[in-house]
Design a protein around this ligand. Structure first.
Ligand code: GLN
Length: 446
């Protein structure tokens, strides 16, 4: 059924970079055999899933939407992929994204941009744009994305699906091609909140292969979906509904808050005073980490190597010049500059200190409130091509998702209505490792 749907709409949506119908059919037959043998079913038995193309899959091409990796076939599965297979899912293929997850519109894919299924002239968001578009268009039952500064939540918001960034450390990053290691986290994109809880259940847990994996207990996320939000204390940061946020987006989210109020929750306006410094510190930190992480692409170990190099340096130089797109180069240059001796204290160290202040803002609010709620993004999905020429405008789209990433706390984007005919997402932010409350509130609201 998924492939029938893909056959119908993929030419317009372009959510996938690699399709593997043969592999999917073979996996389905194995599940049939399992059923026939009366074996126990996994938690996600038979569900067809798409995987973002920066998550490695054994023998299945993994490009990160980069020309550098256009021929790269990994020799192992990421931990999340192993866990999904153990839960009896079927992998449909690999999903379109911004190159190395750098971007917010999918237009940085070096192959072709995915489109927003609600209006094909608009972007699906990014960087997990393919992951969101595939779910919205019915081309996968659910998908995995990765979120560094908003890359699950913002495309979920633009495409009208549910996207969850788990707490940093909740889900193993082993096999996720690193962009900014202190911020990257894998999470599900689904049609509804219950599905999100199911997928999170399947992919969570400590992994010795990821040194930043958190050794904490994984609760039963499904039992959190009680529908009860009576007495819940909601904080609404004034910085999230102020200047720069479209009036129609704000209105839609305020109407959503009324729904939660009618269910017995209360809300108050609060302040996260360091919000205005989040984008600047994020782009310094994320680019610094990226410049270090992407040093591994040298033309020797992975992907494409420049032809007939004069010498070793020429090979490095030309492989990287030819392999990386312009946004990736921009981040590598910015990050290398910020980390160079003499500038380290002024930029990188300063940004780290700001990150602590932002985390402290969240800690302060969570002393008195259960969740923080606001819009996921300041606007609905914009038109393809309307922001590509201005990286700064593009960076500012992340203003409401970046602070959560810097603080390392979990957040979900859940559809809460439409503005100008396009979906609006409401962002529900929780305390570290309290995905249960985030899911409970989102589920009650939905
Ligand atoms: N748009 C942000 C960036 O370009 C976030 C990307 C992400 O979360 N991977 O860095």
């Amino acid at each position: 059924a998924s492939y029938a749907r893909i056959g119908k709409v993929e030419e317009q949506v372009r959510a996938y970079l690699t399709l593997d119908e043969e592999g999917a059919q073979a996996a389905a037959r194995r599940l049939d055999d399992k059923l026939a043998a009366g074996e126990e079913r996994g938690l996600l038995f038979g569900l067809p899933a798409g995987i973002k193309d920066n998550i490695v899959t054994e023998g299945l091409r993994t490009t990160c939407a980069s020309q550098f990796l256009k021929n790269f076939d990994p020799v192992y599965d990421a931990t999340v992929v192993k866990k999904l297979k153990a839960a009896d899912t079927i992998t449909l293929g690999k999903l379109n994204m911004d190159e190395f997850a750098m971007g917010g519109s999918n237009e940085n894919s070096s192959f072709y941009p995915a489109r927003n299924p609600w209006n094909l002239d608009h972007v699906p968001g990014g960087s997990s744009g393919g992951s969101a578009a595939a779910v919205a268009a019915g081309e996968a039952y659910f998908t995995l994305g990765s979120d560094t500064g908003g890359s699950i939540r913002q495309p979920a918001s633009y495409c009208g699906v549910v996207g969850l960034k788990p707490t940093y450390g909740r889900v193993s990053r082993f096999g996720l091609v690193a962009f900014a290691s202190s911020l990257d986290q894998i999470g599900p994109l689904t049609k509804n909140v219950e599905d999100s809880a199911y997928v999170l259940q399947a992919i969570s847990g400590y992994d010795a292969m990821d040194s930043t994996s958190a050794n904490v207990e994984v609760p039963d996320f499904l039992s959190a979906l009680t529908g009860d939000v009576k007495g819940l204390r909601i904080a609404v940061p004034k910085e999230y509904i102020g200047e720069g946020v479209d009036a129609s987006v704000k209105e839609t989210v305020m109407a959503g808050l009324k729904v939660l109020e009618s269910l017995g929750a209360t809300w108050e306006e609060v302040s996260l005073p360091h919000t205005e410094y989040a984008v600047a510190s994020y782009y310094l930190l994320a680019s610094s980490e990226a410049s270090s992480n992407l040093a591994r692409f040298d033309g020797v170990r992975y992907g494409v190597r420049a032809e007939n190099p004069d010498n070793l340096l020429d090979m490095y130089h030309r492989s990287r010049s030819e392999g990386f797109g312009s946004e990736v180069k921009r981040r590598i240059m910015l990050g290398t500059y910020a980390l160079s001796s003499g500038y380290y204290d002024a930029y990188y160290l300063k940004a780290q200190k700001v990150r602590t202040l932002i985390k402290n803002d969240f800690d302060e609010v969570f002393k008195n409130y259960d969740v923080i709620i606001g819009p996921t993004a300041p606007t609905t999905a914009f038109k393809l091509g309307s922001q590509v020429d201005n990286p700064l405008t593009m960076y500012l789209n992340d203003i409401l998702t970046i602070p959560v990433s810097l603080a390392g706390v979990p957040a979900i984007s859940v559809p809460c209505g439409f503005a100008d005919g396009l979906p609006v997402g409401m962002q529900i932010i929780g305390k570290a490792f309290d995905e249960s409350t985030v899911l409970r509130v989102a589920h009650a609201f939905e």
